[in-house]
Design a protein around this ligand. Structure first.
Ligand code: ATP
Length: 785
């Protein structure tokens, strides 16, 4: 009841809720309060909000003028303290950039952008890339020529990749059907000198099978839209020919600017033609089925007629006829394998043209844009892989931030009550664990030399995995399935077809057919590749999940050795309507990414790291300040801890006991964002009632100080408006090169309860508790600063 009361009391100030630019200031932190703040901000067209270490980005679904302009970029880039500015994706970008500049270990950075389909991941990644292409531009020092070559190339590779890898789906008109990690390479002066792209799990089934009301990859439409009569003729297409694999071509994709490339469209045209190939069964089963009359003469890059026979198992290469159904499967398989290889070729091509020579770059900032958690009516292997990737990323987030932070507090001997976060290890054990897991069983099933039987496989899964609480079965379901309790929710996976998809079989004779193609590029991409080695190893050896697991492991290693920054994109409504916020949709997403837990931990922990305090602190040594620094060396840190520097830390609970009677005000000079932060936190300190010494009027119980603390308010105004008892001052000065002097002063009023008659005097510190000079080596110094 009391929590409910607190929530209501908080929400009552609706018109103030938009001022919460960091959700850690929300009090109390509950899904309801967090949601309301985001909603109010969204209605005020404020789309970015900090949530402790994470940036929450709400999709406006319409271009917002001047939100990403060059001037705004510059503002954030040249700001002394970008954190003082309104939350923005450029803060994340700049922070990562400054980390590289400061050479703070780990120097390389990863910007992890997550969210569900249509939430704005690709948009955000593009913004980040544009930011670096601008602020880390070589143009200042080198010729215009270089700019064209590097930044432009990196940026221009985006639409090309999107043309091949994105498609219009029910949830997003420009949905990325692959995951990517873009590594932006920086030289010694932190200038962008190159980039490389690693892609993950292209949804190649889309080439040959598009869900109702969805489309194929953009490139096919772009190609046909721009095709001249001559080209059509060359591609053996009649003027009014329609294509089975080109559904919804009349649909215009807003905001998507088609462009036409003279890349090897022959192959793409061939794929479209292949989609129109159909078969009719032969009366005599010993004979191959026929190509339908209208299909003859199509598929000119390879001979469609060869689809109708398959290699007989055994040593002798004898071709045996295929059934009509087999022929269709082989046709689709051919299209998928060609498209997937073509995509890979394209990525390599792009990488070759944008990747800098290893000797020229020394650090990187990586941008990870991966598909969000998926749960459809029917889910199969694709969703299993995608959701597995999300489990891995969530684990990384939990391990890196939530767990690490809590453990650090404990190791420092701080009073700390653990915030319970959802550890998804048991779900990962279920999916990928050893020796028995969903993946191991699925791989076994796929490697069997027979067609998989869904019912038998389901029984096997149940038998082997019944001990894991994350898997369950709906006994009444007619179709064989299993349900996994992911951190983001339960998902039911259909078993039918899963093992076959996992095999991803490519009949060897189809590969040799492609190798014989007279199309140069086809010939080249099938000449010496994985597909060939797969044939040598035999089908089913390299399964989809084992390949995906390997590539994810590599990615996780990269993430592990870089400093991560998280951005959670939120889709405010499923219809992609501009400026429309549907609470039910948003709350599901907030819960799915555990944002409330994140806020809890960030709010209770140290809000400011020393890395945000710069030498400018020296100029303000006479101001009152309570700062928490968690990047200090252990000795200093434990001193700070012993002296209860965290006294305004809600979780440490020190204030409640020592300062219950007093209304306390803490502020950090010169940093309005911190000032605000402190003010916003005050209600959380449970400083309920009290008197300011020398004042007759009692201070209102439970007054919400944050009400009055306008953003950016300067220290003086603030001082005039509030009486306060000040606590401690920490300041740093830099008396000599290579040394930092830490001053810790305590105001008399720190002992106000023992010496109640002391007058409050903001600047008159009478006690210097510590004055310590630390001699530092240059790298240490950089670290501290
Ligand atoms: N900050 C923004 N400002 C304006 N429009 C935006 C913004 N972010 C996203 N959008 C709009 O939302 C659409 C969907 O965003 P985007 O394609 O980035 O989603 P996504 O999360 O990458 O989806 P998917 O996983 O399907 O690829 C964009 O095409 C764009 O129109």
């Amino acid at each position: 009841d009391s929590l409910e009361g607190e929530i209501q009391a908080f929400l009552i100030d609706e018109d103030q809720l938009y001022t919460y630019d960091d959700l850690t200031k929300v009090n109390p932190v509950t899904p309801a309060t967090v949601l309301k703040c985001l909603q109010v901000r969204y209605s005020m067209k404020v789309f970015y909000t900090h949530a402790g270490c994470t940036l929450v980005a709400l999709n406006p679904f319409q271009p917002i003028p001047d939100l990403y302009s060059l001037d705004v970029m510059k503002e954030y880039h040249y700001a002394h303290q970008p954190q003082e500015f309104k939350p923005h994706i450029f803060i994340v970008a700049e922070e990562a950039y400054r980390n590289v500049r400061g050479q703070l270990e780990p120097v390389n950075q990863s910007l992890v952008v997550s969210g569900e389909s249509g939430a704005g991941k690709t948009w955000t990644s593009r913004c980040l890339m544009k930011y670096y292409a601008t602020v880390a531009s070589v143009s200042v020092v080198k010729s215009q020529d270089t700019v064209e070559r590097i930044e432009r190339r990196v940026l221009d590779s985006n639409p090309v990749m999107e043309a091949f890898g994105n498609a219009c789906t029910l949830r997003n008109n420009n949905s990325s059907r692959f995951g990517k990690y873009i590594q932006l390479q920086l030289d010694r002066c932190q200038l962008l000198v190159g980039a490389s792209v690693q892609t993950y799990l292209l949804e190649k089934t889309r080439v040959a099978c598009q869900t109702a009301n969805e489309r194929n990859f953009h490139i096919f439409y772009q190609m046909m839209k721009g095709a001249t009569d001559e080209q059509r003729k060359e591609w053996k297409m009649s003027h009014d020919q329609s294509f089975v694999w080109l559904p919804n071509s009349e649909k215009t994709i807003e905001g998507w600017c088609p462009f036409f490339m003279c890349i090897k469209q022959h192959i793409l045209a061939g794929i479209l033609q292949l989609g129109n190939v159909s078969f009719s069964s032969s009366a005599d089963e010993s004979q191959p089925c026929h190509l339908d009359a209208k299909s003859k003469g199509t598929g000119y890059c390879f001979r469609a007629a060869e689809l109708v026979r398959t290699l007989k198992a055994g040593k002798q290469s004898v071709l045996k006829p295929c059934s009509q159904a087999e022929c269709s499967v082989r046709r689709d398989c051919l299209a998928k394998v060609i498209y997937a290889q073509l995509f890979e070729w394209l990525v390599t091509f792009i990488n070759n043209s944008i990747c800098a020579d290893k000797s020229t770059w020394c650090n990187f900032i990586g941008v990870l844009d991966v598909y969000g958690f998926e749960c459809f009516q029917t889910n199969n292997l694709e969703q299993l892989c995608i959701n597995y990737a999300n489990e891995k990323l969530q684990q990384h987030f939990v391990a890196h931030y939530l767990r690490a932070q809590q453990e650090e507090y404990v190791s420092e001997g701080l009073q700390w009550s653990f915030v319970k976060y959802q550890d998804n290890q048991s779900c990962l054990d279920l999916l990928e664990g050893s020796p028995i897991s969903v993946f191991s069983l699925l791989n076994e099933e796929s490697r069997l030399n027979r067609a998989s039987d869904a019912k038998t496989f389901r029984v096997r899964l149940e038998k082997e995995l019944c001990d894991n609480a994350n898997i369950s079965w709906d006994k009444f379901s007619k179709v064989p399935h299993f349900t996994v309790a992911h951190y983001a929710g339960k998902v039911g996976y259909q078993i039918e077809g899963m093992a076959e998809k996992n095999k991803d079989p490519v009949p060897p004779e189809l590969i040799s057919l492609l190798q014989k193609s007279n199309n140069q590029l086809l010939h080249q991409i099938f000449k010496d590749n994985e597909t060939e080695s797969q044939i040598k190893k035999g089908p089913g050896k390299t399964t989809v999940v084992s390949k995906f697991k390997n590539s994810l492991e590599t990615l996780m290693k990269i993430l592990h050795f870089t400093t991560p920054h998280y951005t959670r994109c939120i889709k405010p409504n499923p219809e992609c309507k501009p400026l429309t916020f549907k609470k039910e949709e948003v709350i599901i997403q907030l819960e799915a990414c555990g944002i409330v837990e994140t806020i809890h931990i960030s709010a209770a922990g140290f809000p400011i790291s020393l890395s945000q305090i710069t030498t400018s602190a020296v100029q303000y040594t006479c101001s009152i300040i309570t700062v928490t620094c968690f990047k200090l060396p252990a000795a200093v840190r434990s001193w700070l801890v012993r002296n209860r520097v965290r006294r305004w830390n809600r979780a440490a609970g020190v204030i409640q006991s020592t300062w219950r009677k007093w209304r306390v005000r803490l502020y950090l000079n010169a940093y309005p964002h911190v000032l605000n932060d402190v003010c916003h936190r005050l209600p959380q300190l449970a400083i309920q009632e009290g008197r300011v010494p020398g004042e007759d009027q009692p201070v209102h119980g439970g007054t919400r100080l944050h009400k009055g603390s306008a953003q950016g308010e300067d220290t003086n105004t603030f001082q005039k408006r509030f009486h306060f008892v000040h606590l401690m001052v920490f300041s740093f000065s830099f008396p000599a090169q290579g040394s930092v002097k830490l001053h810790c002063q305590r105001s008399p009023l720190l002992y106000a309860d023992r010496q109640p008659d002391l007058k409050s005097d903001v600047t008159g510190f009478n006690e210097i508790l510590l004055e310590k000079t630390l001699c530092l080596t240059a790298p240490e110094m950089t670290k501290y600063i």
